[in-house]
Write a new protein. Structure first.
Length: 191
């Protein structure tokens, strides 16, 4: 689920030579969209909504389930749904609200609802793969799980570089601040 290290995982998979698409929204409407053949790895929404069907359509596919401390996750998702939403311009992308309604039952942040859905999703993933443990790896990237867990699971050599950590809240604040400064400077130049 979002805010569990999906962007970092996408970057790590790319470092391993796996052509990866973060947030393949095309699959939400059409699970057989051409993007399924153009990429070998997928992270973030809408994958939490599609993993069962993807697993059935692609036997032997490997799934990496990212988790993190649920209170830290909840704080991060609250930030994402309030301040962080501006970075992604959710108001211009109605499919994000749709993903969130399907995933959480609402497109507005509600801590109790979100935490319940997070726990349910994590439990359901484990249950779905219970009789196929070789198809599922569960990692917590915030606790340092990285290439040493992922590479053996995928049968790949570690790339010899540190595991990437992307999309941290601090990075998002910096991006937002740069956009504000740019707009101010650009507006000031027009006077």
């Amino acid at each position: 689920m979002q805010r569990t290290g999906t962007t970092s995982l996408a970057r790590a998979l790319r470092l391993l030579g796996i052509k990866t698409r973060d947030c393949p929204k095309e699959l939400y409407e059409d699970i057989e969209h051409d993007v399924i053949r153009e990429f070998d790895g997928f992270t973030d929404n809408p994958i939490p909504l599609l993993y069962r069907e993807l697993s059935q359509r692609h036997p032997g596919a490997k799934f990496i389930h990212t988790e993190r401390d649920e209170q830290k996750w909840l704080q991060s998702v609250e930030w994402l749904f309030t301040v962080g939403a501006a970075k992604f311009s959710w108001d211009r992308h109605p499919e994000f609200a749709e993903f969130h309604r399907d995933l959480y039952g609402t497109s507005e942040f509600d801590p109790g609802t979100f935490l319940e859905k997070y726990r349910t999703h994590n439990r359901e993933v484990r249950e779905f793969f219970a009789d196929r443990p070789g198809d599922l790896l569960i990692v917590d990237l915030s606790r340092g799980h990285g290439f040493e867990a992922i590479c053996p699971f995928l049968g790949l050599e570690a790339p010899g570089v540190p595991f990437p950590h992307s999309n941290k809240k601090e990075e998002m604040w910096a991006i937002r601040l740069k956009k504000i400064v740019y707009r101010l400077l650009r507006g000031g130049a027009n006077r």
